[in-house]
Every structure is written in structure tokens, then in C-alpha cells.
Design a binder for this molecule. Sequence first.
Ligand code: NAI
Length: 351
Amino acid sequence: MFEDLIRGWDGEHVIARFDEPSSTWMLVGVHSTVLGPAMGGTRMKAYRSPDEGLHDVLRLSQAMTMKQAAAGLDFGGGKAVLAVPEVPAPGSPRRRDLLLRYGDLVDSLGGSYVTAADMNTGEADLDVIGERTSHVLGRSVACGGSGSSAGATAVGVFHGIRAAVRRAFGEDDLAGRHVLVQGVGAVGSRLAELLHEARASLTVADLDGERAATIAESLGAASTTTHHVFDTECDVFSPCATGALLSAESIPLLRCRVVAGAANNQLATSWDADRLHARGILYAPDYVINAGGVIHLAGYERLGWDDARMTARLEGIGETLTGLFDRAEREGITPAAAADRLATERIDAAR
Ligand code: NAI
């Protein structure tokens, strides 16, 4: 299986190290370094098998290549997985030791892979990794990093929603537009605040029902159960939780005009972009609308941008999407296919 997965992948190289003391597979996928060092987060997760972790690292690293290219950043795509038997408690000595050994592995790659946060890893973990390697982005401000990128991701998604609303409804005023935010974690909760400030009508949903209820109350929003996110009537459905949620099963249920949210890998298969299109639903390609995170990390930590430059680049996500919607119409393709063409052209031009 390991071999089949790697043979079926079009990336540059995979590093697999078994960390004996923690029984963890450390897997790094360097998908492309054509535009620059492969950058992408480290996911810590208890998978059912190392194959499952490898599958994740391969597909996520490919998506990072497309994200960096579409965002116009001089980075390639990479991703890492720490396939742990069980996720060690934050701040525990076991976790710290694992992260230090992982930092050594990242360092040994000589900068071809630059790591950051992903599921179950955050600033504190990156600070530990940063004790062993400089090829890390998103450490805490106290440790010389730029901190969490979730706020920037939310701002980018907000601009993306406006661009999509403009295309779907002819004007980008969000006042009174009904937006359903699925997942009000680090990104979704900030996005909900921005939408509230823009006077959108909000519904929020989260697996953690208490969290959804608290946020709904503080913003005067409605909340719904996770079972009803797909069939709730709204103008914009904004997935900010997990991936692979747009599928042959869920798309027929949708009662929205726009899908525009932060989650990575929203389409279960590439056919699902066509399914959305056939239903007249405008889809903002995930890796374009959620690029605020990588823009934040690259801009602040590698390119020396100031806040004004960052603000302009995050606004630019809306302009990029508008360009993609235009291109999709012109070329008779879906916005997702237009995004793939844009990213591929940038990579091919750099070869
Ligand atoms: P988070 O872990 O802080 O929040 C996710 C929230 O979704 C949690 O509150 C969780 O309870 C909820 N959730 C999980 N499954 C759900 C379900 N089936 N239905 C409803 N709620 C559910 O994660 P974060 O950082 O807010 O990221 C959200 C999404 O955006 C993820 O898919 C992530 O990969 C993606 N993303 C995040 C970036 C960042 O800068 N943090 C950058 C680009 C993408």
C-alpha cells in the first residue's frame, strides 16, 4: 500500500521516519519546490494505519502546491504528518520530546521543507520545533514568529465571500445576506465576527454545540445543529470545519447560492465542482479563498511586509476570485477548474 500510494503520486519526494520512542510515523511530503521551498503545516493525528497518514500527507502536500501558486507566493507545496498512536497532551514532556526529534528531521531536510501549524498543532508546538530548526513559520511572537494565521485566513475568506456575493447577487453589500458558518473554531469564529460587523444575518453550527451557542449569543446569531447545515436555506454556506464535505450525497441537499469558506479540500472528488455548477451554486475554490494563512506566514516572516501590505494582499483574495469567476465564464469551466489552470500556469512558467 505504501508503495502504491507513493508510485501514484506526482510529487518530488517523501520522507518517512519511524520514531521508536513514541511509536510515531513522521511523514513529510515535498510535493513541489518549483516555485520555492515546499511550505505547509504539520498535522498530528492518530490514524488507523500509517497508510492513512501517508495518504493524507500526499494529497495535502499537492493541495499546498496549488495554494501557494494561486496566491502568487514563491513557495512550493509540502505537508507533514505525525501519525501518533494517540495525540500527546499539549505541553506534556512526551509531546515536547517528539516535537524536538521532529524538529531535527525538518532541519535535516535543509530548507526544502518549511513547516507550520495544522490540525492539532499550534504556536506552542512550533516554538518547540523552532528550538531545533529555523525552517518553521508561525511561532509565537515572543519566539520571533508571527503567531497564529487564523485571523488572516478569516479576513481573506471574508473578502472572498464579498467577491462571490457580488458575482452571485450583483452587489457585495453583505447587510441582510444570510451566511451559515459551519465550524466556529479559530477561523470560523473570527469570520463570524467580521460578518456580524458587516451586518450579515448569521447562522452558526459546530460539533461543539456549546461553543456554537456561545458565539451565536454574543453575535445575536442563530445556531443550528450540525445535521442541518446542508439543508438550511441561506445565501452563503461557509464551510470552516473539516474537508471532503461537498459530495454526491451533500450537494443535492444544499439550499444556498454560494459556497465560500475556509476548510481545506472541501470537494470530496473533483466531480463535485461540476455537481455544484450544475445546481447553479457558485463555488469559491478552497485553496484560493483560504490562502490568507500562507500569505500571513510568508508575508510577515519571509517577505518583511508591513500591516498595510498585508491588508492589501488579503483584500486581493477577493480580486483573485473575481478574476477566476470571469475566467470560468469565459472558458466555460468551473471556478475550481479555473483555479487549477491559474496555479498550473504559474508553476509551468517557473519551470
Ligand atoms: P479549528 O480546529 O480551530 O476549528 C474547527 C471547528 O470546527 C471546531 O470548533 C470544531 O469543533 C468544528 N467542527 C469540526 N467538525 C465539524 C463538523 N462536522 N460540523 C461542524 N463543526 C465541526 O480549526 P481552524 O483553524 O478554525 O480551521 C478551520 C478550517 O480551515 C480547517 O479545515 C482548516 O484546515 C482550514 N484552514 C485553516 C487555516 C488557518 O489559518 N487556521 C488556513 C487555511 C485553512
